[in-house]
Design a protein around this ligand. Structure first.
Ligand code: HEM
Length: 510
């Protein structure tokens, strides 16, 4: 043991020395970031250029998506949002960061701090590091997302959408969920929950082969509840990683987080084992291709589990979020709602005519969904990639290797330099209206692009069209007073933290 008195330093002096040294080190690091760092020439607020703390603060408070939009308005299309990170609001940046590469040309890897914060977790298709493993997984999953599979999935998806309509009918006429009085207004329902339950039931069935029963019970299955809670926690984890507290994240995960993680995994395992028992053939779901090739891919049960869980998270919360956003935006833009209602009700004479393929003909509906994807992109933040060895060009700028780069979904979709009236709701901008001729339509990529873009994009569009068409066909809708400000100040972590969306529904009499 060191004799502190011999060395002439008492404990208080040692503590003081430690504080002074840490402060001097931190001050030198701030000065380095501002004056000598290879990214010093890029604009951004002083505090963001100097330290990771402001980014982490906005991330945990759910305000980072809006903050980056403000920063682009103030500093232009490239902003240094943290000492080693740049945000881009330029359509070319999508292609440069996320686009396909020629063989042998390196990809911009997914940033491990965001995608793999807990290093003992097996990888899934989204977090997979290696191009080869990702490619093999994607090829296997592609079967479940083909045109042929989607046709075979139609009865499953359609069945849940019909159940949603049936349950909404019940809910809006139930005395519990209706507001008192004014029968002509219909009953009040929380559309956020019903849309979430429907998409979780659909994807649960297509991912695991067994439904979660959310619509039937009118409540969240524990598996689903846990997933929605995890999304919020993900923001905190990512912020801690960003300020260099990765060790703390690992420790929390090993102690406190472990119990609920284990329970969740147990439930996932049970569901997957039930699905495996059904056999790989004969069920047109997503997991069928993986089960068939699991030995060839070297996948154990845990890896299968990770991918099945991922498919459900990726495919349900996103779709439900967009549908909630579209419902709110339509109800607060009556002209657009009226045009959509006319389109749907004049196209279909009967409920049975509304199918996964027939809704493809609704052009105004597609424009409404695209405008909702712009105004309310389900993935709000920028999905970070790392510039490969030797550096690379992004949107005409030479960026040094190791830099964290991303295009921020919400920010680029609301940039006044790229969109006319970006805060308005104008489906017409997607229908060739000359008022919006200057819009950069390729600036929004809500499903990302390139080899790691959304594999479920076609399914998402088909499902969103079917659900919205059935709701508009069967119900007249009006926003409840308490939800009129639904979008104002809404927080977002990776996806939006949606408050309840209260809507009056009145079944259409035919
Ligand atoms: C409106 C709905 C949706 C949106 C906005 C959306 C958005 C995205 C985005 C931005 C990515 C890229 C993630 C990254 O770069 O890290 C992605 C990937 C992915 N999405 Fe979607 N998604 C939606 C619906 C779906 C659906 C219905 C499924 C079906 C299960 C799905 C499954 C996936 C999968 C498996 C990936 C990973 C693909 C890969 O890495 O090869 N998504 N999605």
């Amino acid at each position: 043991m060191v004799d502190l008195h011999v060395s002439g330093l008492g404990l208080p002096n040692l503590a003081l020395l430690a504080v002074v040294s840490a402060t001097a080190y931190y001050a030198a690091w701030l000065a380095y970031n501002l004056l000598l760092h290879p990214l010093r020439r890029f604009p951004g607020p002083l505090l963001h250029r100097a330290s990771h703390l402001p980014r982490a603060y906005y991330l945990v408070t759910g305000a980072l998506g809006h903050k980056v939009a403000d920063l682009h308005r103030a500093y232009g299309p490239v902003v240094r949002v943290a000492p080693d990170e740049l945000a881009f609001a330029d359509p070319q940046a999508w292609r440069d960061i996320y686009g396909h590469r020629a063989p042998g040309e390196p990809e911009f890897e997914k940033d491990g701090r965001f995608y793999r914060p807990i290093d003992d977790m097996p990888e899934n298709i989204v977090s997979a590091r290696s191009r080869e493993y990702h490619g093999a997984l994607r090829r296997q999953l592609a079967h479940g997302f083909s045109e042929r599979s989607m046709r075979a999935q139609e009865p499953i998806i359609g069945g849940y959408v019909d159940l949603l309509v049936h349950k909404l009918r019940e809910a809006c006429s139930s005395p519990v969920s209706s507001s008192p009085g004014k029968a002509e207004e219909g009953g009040k329902v929380n559309m956020r929950e019903w849309l979430n339950w429907c998409t979780f039931d659909v994807i649960g069935d297509l991912g695991f082969g067994s439904p979660f029963g959310c619509l039937e019970s009118g409540s969240y299955h524990p598996w689903v509840r846990r997933i929605t809670e995890t999304i919020r926690f993900g923001g905190v984890v990512s912020a801690l990683m960003g300020v260099g507290l990765g060790g703390l994240v690992q420790a929390i995960s090993r102690c406190g987080g472990m119990k609920s993680r284990d329970e969740h995994q147990k439930l996932t395992r049970e569901k997957l084992l039930q699905r495996i028992e059904l056999g790989a053939e004969g069920r047109p779901d997503f997991i069928e291709g993986l089960i068939r090739k699991k030995d060839e891919l070297g996948m154990d049960l845990l890896q299968l589990q990770m991918n099945a869980s991922l498919l459900i998270v990726a495919g349900s919360e996103t779709t439900a979020t967009l549908l909630s956003g579209a419902t709110f935006l339509l109800l607060t833009n009556p002209e657009a709602l009226e045009k959509l209602t006319n389109e749907v009700r004049s196209t279909f004479a009967d409920d049975a005519d509304i199918t996964l393929s027939s809704v493809g003909s609704l052009s105004y509906m597609l424009a409404c969904l695209n405008e909702s994807l712009r105004r309310y992109p389900p993935v709000v933040i920028g999905l970070p990639r790392v510039v490969p060895k030797g550096g690379a060009q992004v949107a005409g700028h030479v960026i040094p290797e190791g830099t964290r780069v991303a295009v921020w979904h919400y920010a680029i979709s609301h940039d006044p330099a790229l969109w006319t009236d970006p805060m308005g709701f104008h489906p017409e901008r997607f229908l060739g209206d000359p008022r919006f001729a200057g819009d950069a339509l390729d600036a929004m990529q809500p499903f990302s692009l390139g080899p790691r873009n959304c594999i479920g994009k076609n399914l998402a569009y088909a499902e969103m069209r079917l659900i919205l068409a059935k709701i508009v066909y069967h119900f007249d809708m009006r926003i409840a007073a308490e939800s009129r400000g639904w979008l104002e100040g809404q927080k977002a972590f990776t996806v939006w933290d949606k408050p309840p969306l209260q809507v009056y529904l009145r079944p259409v009499k035919r």
